[in-house]
Write a protein that binds this ligand. Structure first.
Ligand SMILES: [Zn+2]
Length: 402
């Protein structure tokens, strides 16, 4: 299927005006080429490198901010009003067996948070789940990874020791852990301990790294370690993020994550705007790389992710607000997604777009926003209704567009 757009962003280095994109889709109605030269910009869909899908409740928790480290917050937030409200929808019994009980209400809406903001891949940080969990999602929730909660608290939520988890990657999947999420001595000691355990490896993704020194960051760069920054969550909880200038100076592979809405921002689009506010000197295309190609590399995803190529099975079309296609992302919201395609299947966008694909309307939920008819794959509205029924009132979650 050929789609002609006002501009196409192939990568952080390459764009083209009036470009024609080839989309691989078994559902495409091929005698209907799409011409969207007036109002659409094509992008590779985004990758959210850090989230906790079951944690996407609202409002945020953190009455005693700023914290000197988030180990304090992890305990304290369990008594927050937000967490207690979430308990009416799903109780975390500490086993993290998410296929049981009503956890699906949270992890599925958490997945939709990512989908509605243009992501087709998300790293759901937590203990590895059974295959049926990953099979249930309309986008790629990364299943091939090993993890530790953090070096300071260990794998309290499930999993082996950090070293054993890393060894079981065989270097073929990412090893992911929160690290140095604070400003105190406890946080500062994390990277040296991590290094001593032999975990600074090319398939390692460190999340946060707030207390890391420029020397620690240089060491990450030298060892090929990737670092995920969650700017909103970091500023909200700690009042500080990682030393981004050191990351750039030493050439670390930096990616961006939203964290859950219990501490982070609404979605990946609000997250990159927050990143821009905190680091106004970093160019827009460099930030774009952090939610596309850099993330593909950090998470060891196949090369269908992170860039647009000759032919594509994942595609994002966004409404154009400005002529610079990188800058356009900082003016975009979840309502600007004209079309999101994952693995050849249209999963979100303007309902008129669905006319270009063979589809069964029963597979989709249709809703109106601002006078426009929108579609989304699956039936998140049924989960929203279950949540409202469990609470006895309507729950507004800011990442839901219907
Ligand atoms: Zn996290």
């Amino acid at each position: 299927m050929e789609i002609t757009v006002q501009a196409s962003v192939y990568s952080a280095e390459r764009t083209a005006k009036n470009a024609t994109i080839h989309l691989e889709s078994a559902q495409a109605v091929c005698d209907l080429p799409l011409t969207l030269t007036q109002n659409c910009i094509a992008y590779p869909p985004f990758i959210n490198s850090h989230d906790h899908l079951v944690g996407n409740w609202d409002p945020r928790a953190g009455d005693n901010r700023p914290y000197s480290n988030t180990d304090i917050w992890v305990e304290e937030m369990k008594y927050s009003a937000s967490y207690l409200e979430r308990n009416k929808v799903w109780i975390n019994d500490g086993t993290f067996r998410l296929l049981e009980g009503t956890a699906y209400r949270l992890y599925m809406l958490g997945c939709y948070k990512n989908l509605f903001s243009g992501c087709v891949a998300v790293q759901d940080h937590g203990p590895n789940q059974k295959p049926a969990y990953y099979d249930s999602f309309p986008i790629h929730v990364i299943r091939d990874y090993r993890q530790c909660h953090s070096i300071s608290l260990g794998n309290w939520w499930g999993g082996k020791s950090a070293r054993e988890e890393w060894e079981s990657t065989n270097g073929e999947m990412p090893f992911i852990t929160h690290l140095a999420e604070g400003t105190d001595e406890r946080s500062k000691s994390c990277y040296p301990r991590f290094k001593e355990l032999g975990l600074a490896q090319p398939n390692t993704l460190i999340v946060h790294g707030i207390a890391m020194t420029p020397e620690d960051i240089a060491d990450c760069a030298a060892n090929g370690v990737s670092i995920c920054v969650c700017p909103e969550s970091n500023i909200f909880l700690i009042g500080k993020t990682i030393d981004m200038d050191a990351c750039r100076k030493y050439g670390v592979n930096v990616v961006i994550g939203t964290d859950s809405t219990m501490s982070g921002s609404t979605n990946i689009l609000t997250e990159i705007r927050r990143f821009r506010e905190i680091f106004p000197h970093i160019p827009a295309n460099e930030i774009f790389a952090m939610i596309t190609a850099n993330a593909q590399r950090a998470l060891l995803l196949d090369d269908s992710y992170g860039t647009l190529q000759e032919s594509n099975k994942h595609l994002l079309l966004m409404a154009a607000h400005t002529s610079d296609p990188y800058e356009n992302l900082f003016h975009s919201t979840m309502h600007d997604v004209e079309l999101l395609v994952y693995d050849g299947t249209p999963i979100y966008g303007n309902a008129a777009m669905l006319n270009h694909f063979h589809h069964d309307p029963a597979d989709y939920f249709f809703f109106a926003h601002d006078g426009h008819k929108r579609f989304v794959k699956g039936h998140p509205e049924k989960i929203s209704a279950e949540i409202d029924a469990a609470l006895g009132y309507h729950k507004h979650l800011p990442y839901i567009p219907y």
